[in-house]
Write a protein that binds this ligand. Structure first.
Ligand code: CFN
Length: 481
């Protein structure tokens, strides 16, 4: 087995050599070593190889879990058998403010709980009943989404006509979202389907009475994981901008409906929300701008980039914000950098963070030697290669075997990935942080997030636990009893 300090082509070949020839050839195209003169060609956004274990989710996950779920004053019905709703309940940590069951329904789970008879005779009647019942129990609800699970599409239920009928009866927006899990090849299509449903059923349906102010913006593609939105919003507001809507973390129906009344769309998660930004540019002439609020270097760069879109008032305030937080951030760096300097990191996350968090690690003197996405597209990889140093590895839709092998051969000081990966690596004695849920911590965005991020990475790496644990399969049978 090739173990090396730095990723090499030989190491990759060796890892893939266990596959049958056809699978080996297919997978080789999804893995690239970035080096002097290498091209950034990497295959992405295509279906997984059958038989190999993927970490990807489905269209329902992308639509209900990611985009719609965080809109707090709506009830999102997981329409179909109970499992999808149950297992997606609460795991993403998209926080909301407001009284649960009155102003916020995000922490709750609603499902039509399909049974065999619904599959045989159809579930439209049951869906009507669920909507009626939910409105009666929670009269302050501002709208519903109906997020289809696989069987709904397979049996051909007409959720669109149920939505139309019930919209008249209940007098709140009811949005059918055709996000059956089998559509597409990952949660990425779910994002797109969800964006389209927002476009067709909410966006532009309401006008705010007051004029659109010169500093009115939307914060797009921030889902308030561990409170990220609140931390990001603070920076934008201190810059003098007026954040009218957030898509969709801690978001509201009204905000989504009047979201066309802004001067600029600021987008954090490009992968999940680029569709609606492009639509709003074409339809309403609203420009959009990508930014990155992970770590002081990227925040500073982003503040200047955002401020450049506005007048001198905002530019001046932007510089004041940078000056105000610079010493505070420097203190965090002074505290943690000596402990983390030179530490190597490997990442494997969804569609944005594998590139967006690199700067934050670098601010702490750490180096990302490998990164990869579950479901990124070509435009994401185009944005990723320039962020990575030479002699690093980039993997698309890495299989369980590949990630395990890459990590074990390169032996980074920290792995950042999801809950499915967490215990595999921790049991091997490798420090780990969950980079989807922030491992029950957060926020990581903004100036408020960076000290927490730095502390969490230090906690993981500097814990004495790792040298004390032994993998279960290495413990003598007798000792185990
Ligand atoms: S919060 Fe976002 S930042 S929305 Fe997306 S692409 Fe997922 S749920 Mo997990 S952490 Fe991850 Fe991104 Fe955008 Fe989260 S990297 S996989 S679908 N994602």
């Amino acid at each position: 087995n090739i173990v090396s300090e730095r990723p090499t082509e030989e190491m990759v070949e060796d890892v893939l050599s266990v596959y049958p020839e056809k699978a080996r050839k297919l997978r080789a195209k999804h893995i690239a070593i970035k080096d002097e003169g290498s091209t950034c060609a990497i295959k992405s956004n295509i279906k997984c190889v059958p038989g190999l274990m993927t970490a990807r989710g489905c269209a329902y996950a992308g639509a209900k879990g990611v985009v719609w779920g965080p809109i707090k004053d709506m009830i999102h019905i997981s329409h179909g058998p109970i499992g999808c709703g149950y297992y997606s309940w609460g795991a993403r940590r998209n926080l909301t403010r407001g009284v649960v069951g009155v102003e916020s329904f995000s922490p709750m789970m609603f499902t039509s709980d399909f049974s065999e008879s619904n599959i045989v005779y159809g579930g439209d009647k049951k869906l009507e009943k669920v909507l009626r019942e939910a409105k009666e129990l929670f009269p302050s609800v501002k709208g519903f989404s109906i997020c289809s699970e696989c069987p709904v599409g397979l049996i051909g239920d007409d959720i669109e006509s149920v939505a139309k009928r019930m919209n008249k009866e209940l007098e709140v927006p009811i949005v059918p979202v055709r996000c059956e899990g089998f559509r597409g090849i990952s949660q990425s299509l779910g994002h797109h389907i969800a964006n389209d449903a927002v476009r067709d059923y909410l966006l532009g349906k309401k006008e705010r009475p007051e004029e659109v102010g010169p500093y009115d913006i939307s914060l797009i593609g921030d889902y308030n994981i561990g409170g990220d939105v609140w931390s990001s919003k603070k920076i934008l507001e201190e810059m003098g901008l007026r954040v009218r809507n957030v898509w969709t973390g801690d978001g509201t129906v009204e905000g989504m409906m009047a979201a066309h009344q802004v001067k600029l769309n600021l987008i954090h998660c490009y992968r999940s929300m680029n569709y609606i930004c492009k639509h709003m540019e074409e339809t309403y002439g609203i420009p959009w701008l990508e930014f990155n609020f992970f770590g002081p270097s990227k925040i500073k760069e982003s503040i200047r980039k955002i401020a450049a879109q506005f007048d001198e008032t905002i530019q001046k305030k932007g510089e004041e914000v940078i000056a105000k937080y610079e010493p505070i951030m420097q203190k965090v760096i002074d505290q943690y950098r000596p402990r983390l300097e030179g530490k190597k990191v490997m990442l494997f996350i969804g569609g944005l963070r594998p590139r967006h968090v690199i700067g934050a690690y670098e601010d702490l003197g750490m180096e990302v030697i490998g990164t990869g996405y579950e479901f990124a597209h070509k435009d994401d990889y185009d944005r990723t290669f320039p962020e990575m140093q030479n002699q690093t590895i980039i993997y698309d839709d890495a299989t369980e075997h590949e990630l395990d092998q890459f990590v074990n051969r390169l032996r980074p000081d920290l792995v950042g990935s999801g809950v499915k990966e967490k215990y595999v690596f921790q049991k091997q004695g490798i420090p780990f942080r969950q980079m989807h849920s922030w491992d029950y911590s957060g926020p990581y965005h903004g100036f408020e997030g960076f000290p927490i991020f730095a502390r969490d990475m230090d906690i993981a790496i500097s814990s004495p636990t790792w040298s004390l644990t032994k993998a279960p399969w290495k413990i003598d049978k007798e000792v185990r009893g």
